[in-house]
Ligand binder design. Sequence first.
Ligand SMILES: [Zn+2]
Length: 63
Amino acid sequence: MTNGRENASRSPADGEGSPDLCAHCGDAIDTSEWHPVVARSEPDEFRIYPFCDDRCRDEWEDA
Ligand SMILES: [Zn+2]
């Protein structure tokens, strides 16, 4: 039995220039690895903020 559920669609972001940088420290994030994200719904848009680790996420949320 393999424990492989790795079929996540890894599409090469269609021209969507989303630079995956940590929203707190600005480090580049390896999006092939798990990383924490925070979803915020702003009045007219829904945004996803990626973080390089939980610590950055916590600090960003505290700020
Ligand atoms: Zn960070």
